[in-house]
Structures are given as C-alpha cells and as structure tokens.
Design a protein. Structure first.
Lengths: 277, 474
C-alpha cells in the first residue's frame, strides 16, 4: 500500500498527487513511469513519474482526469492509499551530451516534460522550453519549467495568455530564426506530438516523443502497449516510453488509444452515478 | 492368501470401470466462468482408488516430475483416509489442487499405469484433485512443524509454479524465504493465464495463503531488475537467489495489420479476463473486447483457454485457426474435447497472412492461406506447407494470437554474469538449475522455454535441494 502525502489541484482537471514509494523513489530516473492500481477492482494504468524525493521516499505524478480511474485517483486525499504501484518502468531519458534542447510540452504533458528539462539543465544543456495549453486556466508548471529552462515560451490556443497559437508555431519560428537545436523532446496530446515531429522532420532535428498507450502489466508480458515505430512493432513499456518521433505511427497509436472508448464511457457514467448515491 | 483368492481379487479390481468425471453441461457452462469438472464424490473416489493394483514397481511414480508416492496415496483414498492421502501427496507436491487440475496426466503418471495397457489407467489426476479439495473444504490443512531457523535468507523471483514450490520447500528446511512478484497478485500463470473455469482462483489463493502461513514472505508489485537488481538483493543480505520468472513475453507473427485494435496476444486477452477480471466489467474496471466473431490463432492449451474464454464472453463464432491438423495440436485431448463440446469451431491447415481493418483501425477481416502437411520437421510433426493461390478471407472482430511466448529480457539484462542462450533463456549448469552467476539458480519456463506447470514445479524442487546445500556451506 502506498500512502498519499499531498494532493494539489493544478487546474480545472489536472491534479498532482504525491505518495510514498521509497524503493521506487530511490531508483527512478527522468522519463520513467509507474503502473498503478487504486484498489483490487481497479484498472492498471501507466503514469509518468514527474518527480521523486529519495530522502522522503515519495513520488509525484500529475494527471488529467479523463476517465473512471483518474477521477477516482483525483478524489484520494493525503492519508488515503493506492493499493498497488509498480515501477520504475521503461528506459530513462537519454540526457547525455546535448548542447541545446527544445522541450515542447502540451497540456498535462508539461508534467512529464518538466523533469526532463530539469535533468537536461543539470547536465549543462541549454534548455529552451515551449509549453502550451488550450487556455490560461489549464496551464500548469509554468514557474517550475521556467526555473529549469534558459528560455521559456508560453502559448495558449485561445490567446488568453502568452503567444496566441500552438507550441508547434513557436518551434517553427525558432527553427526559422536559425536557432541551432540538437534535440527536441515533445510530450503532450498525440496530435501535438505528431505536428511537432512534422515540423522538425524536414530539418532532420532528432525529436523524441514520450508515448502513453494503454498498458496492462507494464513488464513486457502482454503487448497491449505495442506501437509501430519505423515499421517495426515495439512494446512501449520495455522498449520505450520514448521513441523517435519521426518514426512513430501516430495514427495507429491514436486508434489503439480509442480501443475501449465505449467501455470507458460506461465506467465513467457508472462512477458518476455512484457519487450521487 | 491362497492363489485362487489372489486371482479373484485382481479380477474384481479390474472389473470396476474408470470412473467418469462429473461435469457442468456444455450448454450451461458456456454462459458462466465456473469450473467445468465438478469433482468426484467420496464414494466415487474410493471406487476409483480401488482399481489400483498397487504395483511393486509402480510406473506411475517414474512419470511424475515431483515423485509423488502415487500408490500410497491411492491406497489411503481406497481406505477412506482422505486427509492421510493429502499428507502423503504433500510430502513431495505442495500444490496438489492445482496439479490435479492442470497436469497432463495422460502424458505422465497415467500414461505409465499398467492398467492402461489392457483397460483404462487409474484416474490419478482426478483422485489427486479430490484429495486436495477434500482437505481444503474440511478446513484441516495441516501446518507442518518447521525446523529451527538457519539464518539463511533466500530471494525467489516470480510467484509462479516454480517460485511457489521452491519457496515452500526452502521454508520447510528452516530458511528465511521472500518471494518478489511483479504483478499485484501471486500465482503467475495460475492467476493470469489459466481461466477460472479450469482452475478456480480461490484455489490458487488458498495455496498461496498456506505458504504465507508456514512463513514465506511475499512482496508483490516488485519488478526485480528495475526497482531492485539481483546485485541489490545480495547487497541487502540475501544468501541465494532463485529466478522463476517464466517465459512471459508474447510472440506475434509480424504480419501486416497485426497492431489493429481488436487483436490481442493470448497473454493480454487472458490477463485481462483472469487477473483483472474483465469478464466481470463494469464491476471490475478493466475492459475487454467482447467480439462476436473471434479467431484464436494456435493449437496449444493457451489457445484453447482463449477460445473458450471468447465463447463465455458471448462470441457467436469462436474459432481456432491452426496451421496443421487436429493430430498435431499440442493441446491436451481433454481441453480440445471440452472446446468441441462447447461449440468451438476449428479451421485446420489454415494460417493468417494479413489483417484488414476499418476506418477506425479496428480489425474486420483476416486473410488466410490453406496449408498442407509435408515432411516431418525437427519436432517430428509434419511441416505445414503453403498451398499456392489458396488465399481466402474470414470476417473477424477480435483476434487472439496464441503462437507461443519467449523469454523476457529484463533480469538477464540487469544481472551481470548471468549467461543466456540465443533465445534469451537462462543457461544452467546442471539439472539443479545452477546458473553461471554464483549463488543464483533458475528454473521453469525461463530455462526450458514454455512448458508445463508441473515441470516448473519439478525444477523448483530440484533447485531447493541444491540451494539448501549451498547456503548451509556458507
């Protein structure tokens, strides 16, 4: 059992939860994730670790409330427990030997991007971050990301804050202005990662994307998380979660993410009904 | 005893026919996940046990990977001492309720039963199951007296058949044993793989509880190789490590369209249904595709488990697609028979070569080729050969790929000095399962490749003795 020590609502439907998991906190590196299961009837879902505190033995996760499990997770308060947490899973982000990196984050993906930016900065990389949200109210971790970056750009789709437009627009301008970029990390909604990969492809800038497909065990046993990368099947849990954005079949990823859309709706409604009892 | 009396007794025994196993009616059982065979009554068990002629040199025992004293336990059943029979089996087999259900007795003990030469062999598996169930339902599961603690700590990686067996054996020798399991529940393939209708999960749970009662510690949610390496475990003070991690990685066929939605590995399909209880969605949160036209690719026991699960989830057509014929199918005859009774369809000499999906990326059709049998291959089975120009399509909305598994590389990758062969299985020096890394043993599917529950248990037993000698020499 993993006890929750802190919960913060970051925006309308984005929540940060900190919980005790000392063994995982000791080993975790930027880019790795956990599989968690709230109770014995729950689903196993993957969530990237945003931060860890080996001294306190805690892990931080940031997630958007999209379905029954995340809704249930968001309702847990300090003192409550998560029954099962498995990790740290997946390969850590490769952060060695990069001169200039652009970290592009959208929506809840900023939560996953932030620890990577932080790790890069600590390695002496020049970090330019571009973070965006639909609207100002939904923007998260602006100050944290700024502190981990040499340069920060903020965008909103509706123009309520920062640059009016998409993160990919700012990236395009950066490239056009002649900024020398060695690596791009793009983490956010699948359409955003697809567009960013499209922007960097003609310029042959290596672009890593962090994928979050449906998983069950998270140890390479089931293949639920398989994605097509460069025409080959990869398991996100053991081969990823980061892949070359120029090689990922995003269309397939999106359709596989929608595999249980009807059941998810059913579970969510059932969960809502339960709350009104 | 005079000669004529002896002959008479022998004849009388031989006249009792092998007692059939009562089962749920096929029409009823396809609508539920309850166990199919319902088990012998005490009377039937005693009658069946009386068929045993108590051979001086029993063939059955030599066919058992864990050397159960079969004639002795069968005699105790015949005498009505069911608890005594349970104790007798447990001397060498800590999971009789499991083995009585999932062992391929027809290829092991029962194959070598002398009665089988002329009549039918004694139903050893059914008797084993009866005895274990009797003991459990009587609530009299005995806790053995344990020897004084040796002060030696042993880590067992994987709570499957091999790991549970070795943990039980080592704790009974006085060692301090901790099992590390990656999933949230113990049992390995017994929990995630074999369906409820073949092995009720409550049985696995009670076997695991028994081990905990006798002192085995179990840490779930522990991905060894990630959260802790084998080196970390030695640094923490463990004296020896046993790797029973299974051959858990699914094999796909690498044909076009295989990543469409609706296409599962058998591991995923069964894990969703068994471990995560997706068949009880939405009471449980994990969903599963309830297809109308389900095709299962493969001819082994796992394929049979998958196709029978599909029927129970409400499929109109649940079909086995197998590239050879019924004769070459590796599945147990009993499983094939149960599947046939339940209405599973079989398409033999058929092999998929491509999947076709709809605009949402969901599988809709499967392009297949007809095959014919050619010359025998290394396995002795006739090799399937493609019939040119024989392509045809089958409408499907769910596909389960059940063509085998391979080694998961996480532990070998993170354990220096641990040698693997070219398929990724761990190399062992001898039959005790000693690896190339000092203090580390391995057994079960991670050494042999996919095999049976009982062979993994046998490997656990052999390693237990060797680990005991090793840690006591330290």
């Amino acid at each position: 059992m993993y006890r929750i020590t802190e919960k913060v609502v970051l925006s309308e439907n984005i929540v940060k939860t900190v919980f005790e998991a000392p063994d995982i906190a000791k080993k975790r590196k930027a880019g790795q994730f956990v599989i968690l299961m709230i109770d014995d009837k729950g689903e196993r879902i993957p969530l990237t670790i945003v931060d860890s505190d080996p001294a306190k033995g805690t892990l931080t996760i940031i997630y958007q409330v999209v379905g029954k499990t995340t809704d249930q997770l968001a309702q847990l308060e300090p003192g409550d427990v998560i029954q099962h947490v498995l990790g740290p899973l997946g390969h850590p982000t490769e952060i060695e030997g990069i001169k200039t990196a652009v970290c592009v984050g959208g929506g809840v993906g900023i939560g996953v991007l932030y620890p990577i930016a932080k790790a890069l900065k600590e390695k002496g990389t020049r970090v330019i971050s571009i973070i965006g949200a639909r609207t100002k109210k939904m923007l998260i971790l602006e100050d944290e990301t700024r502190s981990a970056s040499d340069e920060l750009h903020v965008t909103t789709d509706d123009g309520s804050y920062g640059y009016h437009g998409f993160v990919s627009d700012v990236l395009r301008d950066l490239i056009a202005s002649g900024t020398k970029i060695d690596r791009v990390f793009a983490i956010g909604p699948v359409p955003m990662m697809r567009v960013v990969a499209g922007v960097t492809r003609p310029h042959q800038i290596k672009t890593l994307v962090s994928l979050n497909p449906i998983m069950v065990d998270g140890t390479g046993m089931c293949g639920a998380c398989r994605v097509t990368v460069g025409g080959k099947t990869k398991f996100t849990c053991v081969d990823g979660p980061e892949f070359d954005g120029h090689e990922v079949d995003f269309g397939l990823l999106m359709s596989r993410l929608r595999m249980y859309v009807d059941q998810e709706q059913e579970a969510k409604e059932r969960c809502r009904c339960g709350k009104n009892d | 005893m005079t000669e004529p009396e002896k002959t008479e007794k022998k004849e009388k025994k031989e006249r009792i026919p092998r007692q059939p196993m009562p089962e749920q009616d096929p029409r009823a059982r396809v609508a539920n996940f309850d166990e199919v065979p319902t088990g012998y009554s005490p009377e039937t068990a005693m009658l069946e046990a009386k068929r045993c002629i108590q051979c001086k040199k029993p063939g059955c025992v030599s066919g058992c990977p864990v050397d159960v004293d079969i004639p002795a336990f069968v005699q105790l059943v015949a005498d009505g001492d069911f608890l005594g029979a349970a104790r007798k089996i447990k001397e060498t087999n800590c999971l009789p309720a499991v083995c009585g259900r999932v062992c391929p007795q027809e290829d092991q003990c029962e194959k070598l039963c002398i009665l089988g030469k002329k009549w039918d062999p004694v139903a050893i598996g059914r008797l084993e199951r009866f005895v274990a169930d009797f003991e459990r339902s009587a609530g009299t599961v005995e806790i053995p007296t344990l020897p004084a603690p040796t002060g030696r700590r042993i880590a067992v990686i994987g709570a499957g058949p091999a790991g549970l067996t070795i943990a039980g054996d080592l704790v009974k020798m006085g060692h301090d044993v901790t099992i590390f399991e990656a999933l949230h529940k113990s049992g390995g393939v017994l929990i995630y793989g074999i369906p409820e209708f073949r092995l009720p999960k409550s049985i696995v749970d009670s076997e695991v509880e028994y081990l905990q009662k006798i002192g085995v510690k179990i840490v779930t949610d522990a991905a060894i190789g990630r959260v802790k390496t084998i080196d970390d475990l030695f640094a923490e003070g463990f004296h020896a490590v046993f790797l029973g991690v299974g051959a858990g990685a699914p094999v796909f066929m690498n044909i076009p369209g295989e990543n469409f939605s609706g296409i599962y590995s058998a591991n995923e399909y069964l894990t969703r249904s068994n471990l995560m209880k997706a068949y009880r969605f939405p009471e449980y949160d994990t969903p599963i595709a309830k297809g109308r036209n389900v095709a299962v690719i493969g001819g082994g026991n796992v394929a049979m488990d998958s196709v029978r699960t599909a029927l129970r989830l409400g499929a109109d057509n649940a079909t086995i697609i197998y590239r050879r014929t019924k004769t070459e199918m590796p599945a147990r005859a009993e499983e094939v028979h149960h599947a046939e009774e339940e209405g599973v369809q079989f398409k033999f000499l058929t092999n998929p070569i491509e999947y076709i999906g709809d605009e949402k990326g969901w599988v809709r059709q499967m392009v297949c080729q007809r095959m014919e049998l050619g010359e025998p291959d290394e396995s002795g089975r006739r090799r399937p050969v493609v019939v040119k120009g024989s392509e045809f399509t089958i409408d499907v909305d769910t596909v389960v790929v059940s063509v085998g598994t391979m080694a998961n590389p996480v532990i070998p990758m993170t354990t220096p000095g641990l040698e693997t062969n070219r398929w990724g299985y761990i190399v062992t020096k001898d039959e005790t399962g000693e690896t190339t890394r000092k203090g580390v043993w391995a057994g079960g599917d991670i050494v042999t490749g996919s095999a049976t529950v009982i062979l993994a248990m046998g490997a656990g037993r052999k390693a237990a003795k060797a680990i005991h000698d090793y840690v006591m020499s330290l």
